[in-house]
Design a protein around this ligand. Structure first.
Ligand code: PGA
Length: 243
Protein backbone atom coordinates (compact mmCIF):
# COMPACT_ATOMS: atom_id res chain seq x y z
CA UNK A 1 0.00 0.00 0.00
CA UNK A 2 1.07 3.57 -0.65
CA UNK A 3 -0.05 6.03 2.02
CA UNK A 4 0.48 9.70 1.17
CA UNK A 5 0.06 12.47 3.74
CA UNK A 6 -1.02 15.76 2.17
CA UNK A 7 -0.44 18.36 4.87
CA UNK A 8 -1.81 21.12 2.60
CA UNK A 9 -1.12 24.59 4.10
CA UNK A 10 -0.32 23.19 7.58
CA UNK A 11 1.04 23.22 10.24
CA UNK A 12 1.57 26.85 11.24
CA UNK A 13 5.26 26.68 12.14
CA UNK A 14 8.43 24.79 11.25
CA UNK A 15 8.70 23.64 14.87
CA UNK A 16 5.27 21.98 14.65
CA UNK A 17 6.11 20.48 11.27
CA UNK A 18 9.28 18.92 12.67
CA UNK A 19 7.43 17.56 15.67
CA UNK A 20 4.73 15.98 13.49
CA UNK A 21 7.27 14.57 11.04
CA UNK A 22 9.45 13.06 13.75
CA UNK A 23 6.48 11.51 15.56
CA UNK A 24 5.22 9.93 12.35
CA UNK A 25 8.71 8.72 11.38
CA UNK A 26 9.10 7.06 14.76
CA UNK A 27 5.61 5.57 14.70
CA UNK A 28 5.77 4.00 11.24
CA UNK A 29 9.41 2.88 11.37
CA UNK A 30 8.58 -0.75 11.95
CA UNK A 31 5.55 -0.95 9.67
CA UNK A 32 6.97 -2.53 6.58
CA UNK A 33 3.84 -3.27 4.59
CA UNK A 34 3.16 0.32 3.57
CA UNK A 35 5.19 2.90 1.68
CA UNK A 36 4.68 6.22 3.47
CA UNK A 37 5.20 9.59 1.77
CA UNK A 38 4.83 12.92 3.55
CA UNK A 39 3.98 15.99 1.46
CA UNK A 40 4.61 19.12 3.58
CA UNK A 41 4.46 22.72 2.35
CA UNK A 42 7.55 23.57 0.20
CA UNK A 43 9.00 25.76 2.89
CA UNK A 44 9.44 22.95 5.41
CA UNK A 45 10.64 20.14 3.16
CA UNK A 46 14.39 20.71 3.35
CA UNK A 47 14.35 20.98 7.16
CA UNK A 48 12.60 17.72 7.90
CA UNK A 49 15.46 15.27 7.47
CA UNK A 50 15.44 11.82 5.96
CA UNK A 51 13.25 9.86 8.36
CA UNK A 52 10.48 9.40 5.78
CA UNK A 53 10.03 9.70 2.03
CA UNK A 54 9.11 13.22 1.00
CA UNK A 55 6.78 14.58 -1.63
CA UNK A 56 5.75 18.08 -2.70
CA UNK A 57 2.16 19.28 -3.06
CA UNK A 58 2.79 20.90 -6.43
CA UNK A 59 5.62 22.29 -8.56
CA UNK A 60 6.09 24.49 -11.60
CA UNK A 61 6.98 23.13 -15.02
CA UNK A 62 10.24 24.98 -15.44
CA UNK A 63 13.17 26.76 -13.85
CA UNK A 64 14.22 30.32 -14.76
CA UNK A 65 12.45 33.68 -14.66
CA UNK A 66 9.26 32.51 -12.93
CA UNK A 67 8.81 34.54 -9.76
CA UNK A 68 7.62 32.59 -6.79
CA UNK A 69 7.78 29.17 -8.43
CA UNK A 70 9.60 25.94 -7.51
CA UNK A 71 10.93 23.60 -10.21
CA UNK A 72 11.04 19.79 -10.19
CA UNK A 73 14.85 19.84 -10.30
CA UNK A 74 14.97 21.99 -7.16
CA UNK A 75 12.73 19.49 -5.41
CA UNK A 76 14.87 16.62 -6.60
CA UNK A 77 18.00 18.31 -5.29
CA UNK A 78 16.64 18.29 -1.74
CA UNK A 79 15.60 14.65 -1.83
CA UNK A 80 11.94 14.88 -2.84
CA UNK A 81 10.67 11.71 -4.55
CA UNK A 82 7.01 12.41 -5.33
CA UNK A 83 4.98 15.43 -6.49
CA UNK A 84 1.21 15.78 -6.13
CA UNK A 85 -0.28 17.39 -9.25
CA UNK A 86 -3.76 18.59 -10.15
CA UNK A 87 -5.18 18.48 -6.65
CA UNK A 88 -8.83 19.58 -6.72
CA UNK A 89 -8.05 22.57 -4.48
CA UNK A 90 -5.56 23.85 -7.05
CA UNK A 91 -7.93 23.17 -9.93
CA UNK A 92 -10.78 24.94 -8.14
CA UNK A 93 -9.15 27.79 -6.20
CA UNK A 94 -6.06 28.48 -8.33
CA UNK A 95 -7.83 27.70 -11.62
CA UNK A 96 -5.21 25.19 -12.67
CA UNK A 97 -6.16 23.71 -16.05
CA UNK A 98 -5.53 20.25 -17.46
CA UNK A 99 -3.00 21.82 -19.82
CA UNK A 100 -1.01 23.25 -16.90
CA UNK A 101 -1.16 19.90 -15.12
CA UNK A 102 0.09 18.22 -18.29
CA UNK A 103 3.11 20.54 -18.55
CA UNK A 104 3.95 20.03 -14.89
CA UNK A 105 3.56 16.28 -15.17
CA UNK A 106 5.94 16.10 -18.11
CA UNK A 107 8.49 18.17 -16.19
CA UNK A 108 8.16 15.98 -13.10
CA UNK A 109 8.77 12.85 -15.20
CA UNK A 110 11.74 14.48 -16.95
CA UNK A 111 13.28 15.21 -13.56
CA UNK A 112 12.90 11.55 -12.56
CA UNK A 113 10.29 12.27 -9.86
CA UNK A 114 7.08 10.32 -9.37
CA UNK A 115 3.85 12.20 -10.13
CA UNK A 116 0.78 11.71 -7.96
CA UNK A 117 -1.95 12.88 -10.33
CA UNK A 118 -5.27 13.79 -8.68
CA UNK A 119 -8.46 13.56 -10.72
CA UNK A 120 -11.75 14.75 -9.34
CA UNK A 121 -15.20 16.10 -9.96
CA UNK A 122 -17.73 17.99 -7.88
CA UNK A 123 -20.59 16.08 -9.45
CA UNK A 124 -22.44 13.42 -7.53
CA UNK A 125 -23.87 12.11 -10.76
CA UNK A 126 -21.51 9.28 -11.68
CA UNK A 127 -22.00 9.66 -15.42
CA UNK A 128 -21.04 13.34 -15.29
CA UNK A 129 -18.25 12.67 -12.78
CA UNK A 130 -16.67 9.99 -14.95
CA UNK A 131 -16.93 12.18 -18.04
CA UNK A 132 -14.89 14.87 -16.27
CA UNK A 133 -12.37 12.38 -14.90
CA UNK A 134 -11.84 10.85 -18.34
CA UNK A 135 -11.14 14.30 -19.76
CA UNK A 136 -8.73 15.13 -16.94
CA UNK A 137 -6.82 11.87 -17.42
CA UNK A 138 -6.60 12.19 -21.19
CA UNK A 139 -5.46 15.80 -21.05
CA UNK A 140 -3.04 15.45 -18.14
CA UNK A 141 -1.42 12.42 -19.74
CA UNK A 142 -1.45 13.70 -23.31
CA UNK A 143 1.85 13.32 -25.18
CA UNK A 144 3.31 10.98 -22.57
CA UNK A 145 4.24 7.49 -23.68
CA UNK A 146 4.03 4.30 -21.70
CA UNK A 147 7.77 4.01 -21.17
CA UNK A 148 7.67 7.21 -19.16
CA UNK A 149 4.74 6.54 -16.84
CA UNK A 150 5.69 3.44 -14.92
CA UNK A 151 5.97 5.51 -11.73
CA UNK A 152 2.70 7.36 -12.17
CA UNK A 153 0.25 7.29 -9.26
CA UNK A 154 -3.35 8.42 -9.79
CA UNK A 155 -5.67 9.56 -7.00
CA UNK A 156 -9.43 9.31 -7.22
CA UNK A 157 -10.84 12.07 -5.04
CA UNK A 158 -14.52 13.00 -5.23
CA UNK A 159 -14.52 16.71 -4.34
CA UNK A 160 -17.63 16.44 -2.15
CA UNK A 161 -15.88 13.83 0.01
CA UNK A 162 -12.79 15.95 0.76
CA UNK A 163 -12.32 17.54 4.19
CA UNK A 164 -15.59 16.32 5.62
CA UNK A 165 -14.03 15.31 8.93
CA UNK A 166 -16.22 17.80 10.75
CA UNK A 167 -19.36 16.23 9.33
CA UNK A 168 -20.68 15.80 5.82
CA UNK A 169 -20.82 12.96 3.40
CA UNK A 170 -17.96 10.62 2.68
CA UNK A 171 -17.68 8.23 -0.24
CA UNK A 172 -18.54 4.59 0.27
CA UNK A 173 -15.85 1.98 -0.40
CA UNK A 174 -18.02 0.83 -3.32
CA UNK A 175 -17.91 4.32 -4.85
CA UNK A 176 -14.15 4.43 -4.34
CA UNK A 177 -13.83 1.03 -6.00
CA UNK A 178 -15.92 2.13 -8.98
CA UNK A 179 -13.89 5.33 -9.34
CA UNK A 180 -10.62 3.39 -9.26
CA UNK A 181 -11.95 0.87 -11.79
CA UNK A 182 -12.97 3.66 -14.13
CA UNK A 183 -9.53 5.26 -13.86
CA UNK A 184 -7.83 1.92 -14.56
CA UNK A 185 -10.03 1.36 -17.59
CA UNK A 186 -8.85 4.68 -18.98
CA UNK A 187 -5.23 3.94 -18.16
CA UNK A 188 -5.65 0.70 -20.07
CA UNK A 189 -6.83 2.61 -23.14
CA UNK A 190 -3.92 5.01 -22.84
CA UNK A 191 -1.08 2.67 -21.91
CA UNK A 192 -2.17 -0.93 -22.48
CA UNK A 193 -3.08 -3.81 -20.21
CA UNK A 194 0.25 -4.68 -18.61
CA UNK A 195 1.08 -1.20 -17.42
CA UNK A 196 -2.45 -0.23 -16.43
CA UNK A 197 -2.59 -3.19 -14.07
CA UNK A 198 0.64 -2.18 -12.38
CA UNK A 199 -0.02 1.54 -11.89
CA UNK A 200 -1.07 2.50 -8.39
CA UNK A 201 -4.46 4.12 -7.82
CA UNK A 202 -5.21 5.75 -4.47
CA UNK A 203 -8.42 6.95 -2.90
CA UNK A 204 -8.55 10.42 -1.31
CA UNK A 205 -11.38 12.06 0.63
CA UNK A 206 -11.71 12.14 4.42
CA UNK A 207 -9.68 8.99 5.00
CA UNK A 208 -8.69 8.36 8.61
CA UNK A 209 -7.81 5.49 10.91
CA UNK A 210 -11.46 4.59 11.36
CA UNK A 211 -12.33 4.11 7.70
CA UNK A 212 -9.03 3.33 5.93
CA UNK A 213 -9.39 -0.42 6.14
CA UNK A 214 -12.56 -0.43 4.08
CA UNK A 215 -11.06 1.78 1.39
CA UNK A 216 -7.80 -0.10 0.97
CA UNK A 217 -9.67 -3.41 0.95
CA UNK A 218 -11.65 -2.25 -2.09
CA UNK A 219 -10.68 -3.87 -5.36
CA UNK A 220 -8.11 -1.98 -7.41
CA UNK A 221 -7.20 0.52 -4.69
CA UNK A 222 -3.52 0.58 -3.81
CA UNK A 223 -3.49 3.10 -0.98
CA UNK A 224 -4.78 6.45 0.22
CA UNK A 225 -4.09 10.16 0.09
CA UNK A 226 -4.82 11.54 3.55
CA UNK A 227 -5.33 15.25 4.18
CA UNK A 228 -6.74 16.51 7.49
CA UNK A 229 -6.20 13.25 9.38
CA UNK A 230 -2.50 13.21 8.46
CA UNK A 231 -1.97 16.23 10.73
CA UNK A 232 -2.64 14.05 13.74
CA UNK A 233 0.42 11.83 14.21
CA UNK A 234 -1.41 9.22 16.26
CA UNK A 235 -4.27 8.85 13.80
CA UNK A 236 -1.97 8.83 10.78
CA UNK A 237 0.29 6.14 12.27
CA UNK A 238 -2.80 4.09 13.03
CA UNK A 239 -3.97 4.54 9.42
CA UNK A 240 -0.64 3.29 8.12
CA UNK A 241 -0.82 0.33 10.48
CA UNK A 242 -4.32 -0.58 9.33
CA UNK A 243 -3.60 -0.15 5.62
P1 PGA B 1 -8.95 15.12 3.37
O1 PGA B 1 -8.09 15.52 2.06
O2 PGA B 1 -8.39 13.80 3.82
O3 PGA B 1 -8.75 16.22 4.33
O4 PGA B 1 -10.35 14.97 2.90
C1 PGA B 1 -7.91 14.58 1.06
C2 PGA B 1 -7.50 15.19 -0.23
O5 PGA B 1 -7.25 16.39 -0.28
O6 PGA B 1 -7.46 14.47 -1.23
Amino acid sequence: MLIVANWKCNPKSLAEAKKLFNSVAKGVKNIKKAEVVICPPFLYIASLGSGLKLGAQDCFCCGGPFTGEISPLMLKSIGVKYVILGHSERREILKETDEIVNRKLKAVLRAGLKPILCVSSKSKNQKQEFKEIKKQLERALSGINKNEVKNLVVVYEPVWAISTTKGGKIATPKQAEQGAAFIRENLLKLFGKNLSQKLRILYGGSVNSRNIQEFVAADGINGALIGAASLNAKDFIESVRKS
